[in-house]
Design a protein around this ligand. Sequence first.
Ligand code: DCP
Ligand code: MG
Ligand code: MG
Length: 539
Amino acid sequence: MLRSSVIIALDWDAFYCSVEEHFNPELKKIAFAVKQKGIICTCNYVARALGVKKLQLHMEALKQFPDLVIVNGEDLSRYRDASKELWYFTRDMVWGGKVERLGFDELFLDVTEMIDFNIALLDNLHVPRASSQPVSSLFFRMSKDEPSVGFSCPVSSVAGNLATGSLPGDFRGDNLRLVLGSHLCHYIRSQILDLKGYTSSGGVSINKTLAKMAGASHKPNQQTVLFPEFAQDFLDTYDIGRIPWIGHKSKSIILDAIYKATDNVNHTVEGERDATVFNVRHMANKQLFINSLGQSSGDKLWDLLHGVDQTGVQPTPDMPTQISIEDTFKSLTSVIEVHNVLRRLSYSLLDRMYIDLKDSNGDWLGHPQTARLSTRPRSTGFYGSRISRSDSLPSIVFSSSHSRGSIVDYLVDRCWMPLFSKLIGDAKIFDIVLLNVAVVNIEKSPAKSSDITSFFGKKKHMDNSQLYDVHREGLPVTKRAKVVGDYADSEVAHFEFLEDDDEDVIFEEDSYNESCVVCGQRMMNFALEAHMRFHELGD
Ligand code: DCP
Ligand code: MG
Ligand code: MG
């Protein structure tokens, strides 16, 4: 019999605040918030109890709560480091390292194999005592090789909350597997708290979406199990916009389609339209979803409303294969607007590169080789094909001696804008709905010192041959000649594009490899906008 998966979703509580508290435990007792660019990006639970909200304007929050302490969170490095540390720590507990990272503060753990191994142990326990009382607990083994590593696990009770408040009819089969999953979740969360000092909210179910939603239903520092037989009841009460991966845009497309299809009345006021999963399921059908959202997104979102999510846990590699940042618009028609958007996206892209591609010493772990700009003409619609152009990535992005601002200026003027011109060709008039900037083709740095930034930093004090010897080996093969050449050509480092004739024009279907501008997490493109909303969901 094909068994369903056992998935645990973990979300760190008030994550940036927890990191700040880690460095300054005094903060634990007071109401405080972390601010970025004039916005409270998160606040601790002491502040939430007073009424402070995530994503409030900083000035407004201070007006309302004059005693609120504000911590500046512009520098992401501490959050990045804590996030990686917690990820690695958690991953070490999960067999096969089956852990997917979503943004900075969420993990999905596929613990199916661990559960099935321990269920087999439980079955063995039952054999000799078949006629007597069933066992009420087992020693849950966290290691196949070390029988003494694990914890005592009750098998006749659930750890934590029940998503709908009800227990399943029996504790057999898949239900038993989730019962064990709940104790494993509790154990993992306790280890993280005891050894790393971070609290989390956990969800346990048969797929990522159900586990994530279950976990979000009781916070902070709690966990919740959602048994499959209650999944539909649980989902039905939610607004479809609160299902992870269903965003504002998809939601209004779906509601427009439903309400047009039923009564021809053009309902424009959101409040007039019942957007609960229950209502949408009953008013729509799969075909309507596919007609309005396209085959792939329509299929997937319809399934999600029925608790079906086949995406599975995709273990996150230590280093991403590409990093991309994008934004969508109703309509973008002027070069100045494009320029401004590209500046903004470039700042986010650099942040993401620093986060994902540098280690805690600031050394580059990998060097992307290629810059790729993509767009989508309005004529093809929000879900249509996108067009891309690529070129060699200017080396200046690895520089530690240039300010972020000057790197961004360089990128926009010398890389993205020329690519944009090539993208639109001779068209003087354009109308686009998406801009995506990406660095791809990331080469892993050699194990030795790989800090290309030090190349720029030290150049004034060394002659070319010294540079060549010291740094050349640290550079990815394809960058060596160019970077050393750049240096040799100029007193002040200058950076030219390779004059490739082979820029590619790629017409591609939406890839499933987009990135969130807030946390940078890669995900299926249809999920991006909903993911953004998920970031925005308050308590
Ligand atoms: N974040 C951000 N901007 C957003 C949303 C989130 O900078 N628009 C950051 C701050 C958060 C972190 O990401 O600390 C994780 O986001 P969560 O939505 O999980 O929020 P918290 O972890 O802060 O709180 P919760 O306890 O509700 O999970
Ligand atoms: Mg969180
Ligand atoms: Mg989160």
